[in-house]
Design a protein around this ligand. Structure first.
Ligand code: G1P
Length: 294
């Protein structure tokens, strides 16, 4: 099988955790400092060598298409004003083809990926979920792609999570380990509290072989009444090896409020232009609070 060149980014979810902010705006457009969350994910794909991206959208997601489109008026305006640094910022995703397809019903992640099957055809491909942003020296997806090159098999990115949080994730039951790579006996989506086979959680980065579509074609609903990608991966694992890879890097959970706030604060603190000011501001806020408490 060839190289991984295509990626699917599912972005059809309704963003209920962020209502009312997401009533009229896609959750993928919520900014971390000055860039929408989805841009960090697109950038990871580009830096990993992906050439074509298909974003699976749904109702009310047009802002995503506008974001990655050219905006000539804005560009002209920035050129006139000599704001070339901003011009560069708004054209960051120019060197990748971005395609769109709509998921007509919210039937779950497995179904969203299945919607892109015709675009993928018979090639291995990547999936990146927008709820996870990963900061790593070598992009997370690239680490998985290298594992794919070695094994010619599907590879799923995992990291450890605290025991009490396993119910929120897809969890693997590891069989053997070689370096950071696991052979897996079982993939379980959102195990009930106290039943998780390990604390190694699927972190929204996947390399999959196209045979996954044979299983997604007939996948029944699973956890939460949705068609789950993890369930189809387990079926694939029974047909051909699917590895899990404990990737290097820090993963930020922007899919829930506290994680989103933490990400915003950390990214702002690490921002070259304003990190120092943000630190001062945070100190002021926290110390101010203490004064009020006394
Ligand atoms: C999805 C996947 C789950 C994975 C998680 C990572 O769940 O179904 O296996 O662990 O993303 O963020 P969701 O968070 O969409 O419910």
């Amino acid at each position: 099988m060839g190289k991984v060149k295509k990626a699917i980014i599912p972005a059809a979810g309704m963003g209920t955790r962020f209502l009312p902010a997401t009533k009229a705006m896609p959750k993928e457009m919520l900014p971390i400092v000055d860039r929408p969350t989805i841009e960090y994910v697109v950038e990871e794909a580009i830096e990993s060598g992906i050439e074509d991206i298909i974003i699976v959208t749904g109702k009310g997601k047009r802002a995503i298409e506008d974001h990655f489109d050219n905006n000539f008026e804005l560009e002209e305006n920035l050129i006139k004003k000599g704001k070339f640094n901003l011009l560069e910022k708004i054209n960051k995703s120019a060197n990748v083809e971005i395609h769109y397809i709509r998921q007509k019903e919210a039937k779950g992640l497995g179904h969203a990926v299945w919607c892109a099957r015709k675009f993928i055809g018979n090639d291995p491909f990547a999936v990146l979920l927008g709820d996870d942003i990963v900061q790593a020296e070598k992009p997370c997806l690239k680490q998985l792609m290298e594992q794919y090159d070695e094994t010619q098999s599907s590879v799923i990115g995992v990291q450890q999570v605290p025991e009490e949080e396993t119910y929120r994730y897809g969890i693997i039951d590891p069989k053997t380990i070689e370096g950071r790579r696991y052979q897996v006996s079982n993939f379980v989506e959102k195990p009930k509290q106290g039943t998780a086979p390990s604390n190694l959680a699927i972190m929204g980065r996947y390399i999959l072989t196209p045979e996954i579509f044979d299983f997604l074609d007939k996948q029944e609903t699973g956890a939460g009444g949705e068609i789950q990608l993890t369930d189809a991966i387990q079926k694939l694992n029974e047909l051909q090896k699917v590895y899990a890879y404990d990737f290097e890097g820090k993963r930020y959970d922007v899919g829930e409020k506290l994680g989103f706030i933490r990400t915003t604060v950390e990214f702002a603190l690490n921002n070259e232009e304003m990190g120092d000011q943000v630190l001062e501001m945070l100190k002021e806020i926290v110390l101010g609070k203490e004064v009020v408490k006394e």
